[in-house]
Design a protein around this ligand. Structure first.
Ligand code: EPU
Length: 367
């Protein structure tokens, strides 16, 4: 094992532009590498580089790292599954991949069960774990890419369910002070694809675990049109969370590109919310407008429909494109840079604004 003062050697060699040749063992189980391609670590498959890169496998790893000069001198960027980000440039800091693992039951009452999941667990593996034990609540969120620690950041949601519905609390460590903090549901300030971690506390915490309050006698959420239709075609005898998960997996697989095959980060834009007056004006002009009334009196527009009506579904410029089956998803056909995808997103924003007067908002985190 190399000694810690190899650190200087690494920095010296970076100054000599030989950084890519160096990677070294650091603490007992930690390796910090330099000049690493992030292509395998972001689902868009963008080939941007990190000045430094390391993987956290224990909370102790992270706390030791916090004390180190290399950490103190380089801005940290916490990475989960890299499934909701677009890298438009190299990262001139230390990328920290959260690989904290473990799922455990922490509390149980008659009907409820509290499941605590480490931040680095793959989200869908948590969903499968819960389904296998018949703990209901996460089944509609099957097959969402990414890891559990990132799930509260944008309050992931699909088919009528969001994680805020079953979220109990999360534990996190502040990236500067090392303080351990517990966030309740209220502390997270969840909204549609929103939480405090996207704004006030952006890049400030490593989420070490998330606890969900699930149900041993699940309530089924099948109101979302696509699920009902899919369940009908599946010819189900007795409905269960397994069947709902299967229906969701079938719908997602038929519409959404598999990031392992075509780079993407799911929905690139949010569905915009507009006041009722504006909705009625638009509906008069575009009778087929797809929109959903909200409890606050506003309407949510299907951004995919707006983009499709602009003739952009399937549009491609170089290797950046609008997916041909779901216009809300931008894709990297292979060699697109982050800037190519970003420029395409700007083109989509402008085209939709010109035609409908509606401002779309990017859902993906732009770096
Ligand atoms: N539509 C079109 N053309 C398209 C896409 C959609 O006309 O190309 C219309 C259809 O009429 C459809 C409606 O839009 O009825 C809604 O489409 P869909 O059910 O596919 O859902 P979405 O609103 O496009 C949202 C989430 C998805 C989530 C689905 C299902 C956002 C930004 N996206 O998409 O989440 O899986 O609902 O619940 O809210 C993600 O966030 O990455 C994501 C994939």
């Amino acid at each position: 094992m190399l000694e810690k003062n190899t650190n200087n050697l690494l920095l010296k060699n970076i100054q000599n532009n030989k950084a890519s040749q160096w990677g070294f063992i650091y603490f007992q189980a930690m390796i910090i590498s330099s000049n690493i391609s992030l292509k395998p670590y972001n689902t868009f498959g963008i080939d941007a580089f990190a000045k430094f890169f390391t993987t956290i496998r224990s909370i102790e790893n992270f706390q030791e790292l916090l004390q180190d000069d290399l950490y103190k001198n380089n801005e940290p960027l916490i990475l989960g599954g890299g499934s909701n980000m677009l890298l438009t440039k190299n990262v001139n800091g230390l990328v920290i991949k959260n690989e904290l693992k473990g799922i455990e039951i922490v509390k149980e009452t008659g009907n409820d069960i509290w499941v605590k999941c480490a931040g680095g667990e793959v989200w869908h593996e948590l969903v499968e774990w819960c389904i296998a034990k018949n703990f209901g609540g996460l089944e509609n969120l099957s097959l969402i890419p990414g890891c559990t620690g990132a799930s509260p950041m944008q309050n992931i949601g699909a088919y009528g369910v969001e994680i805020k519905d079953t979220f109990y609390e999360l534990e996190a460590i502040h990236v500067v002070t090392g303080e351990k903090v517990t966030f309740s549901k209220r502390d997270c300030e969840f909204g549609y694809r929103e939480s405090v971690f996207k704004h006030r506390y952006k890049n400030q915490f490593l989420i070490t675990s998330v606890t969900f309050q699930l149900s041993k006698s699940p309530v089924f959420h099948i109101e979302y049109g696509a699920i009902k239709q899919e369940l009908e075609t599946m010819n189900i005898k007795e409905l269960s969370i397994q069947e709902i998960s299967q229906a969701v997996i079938r719908i997602r697989s038929s519409k959404l590109p598999d990031p392992k095959k075509i780079g993407n980060a799911g929905s690139f834009f949010k569905n915009p919310e507009i006041p009722a007056t504006r909705f009625h004006e638009l509906k008069a002009e575009f009778p087929n407008l797809v929109a959903f009334p909200l409890e606050n009196g506003n309407y949510k527009l299907a951004a995919g429909w707006l983009i499709e009506q602009c003739g952009l579904k399937g549009y491609r410029k170089g290797d950046a494109g609008v997916h041909k089956l779901q216009a809300l998803v931008l894709v990297n056909y292979g060699q697109a840079s982050g800037q190519d995808v970003y420029d395409l997103s700007s083109h989509v924003l402008k085209t939709v604004k010109d035609k409908f007067g509606v401002e779309l908002e990017r859902e993906v985190n732009i770096l």
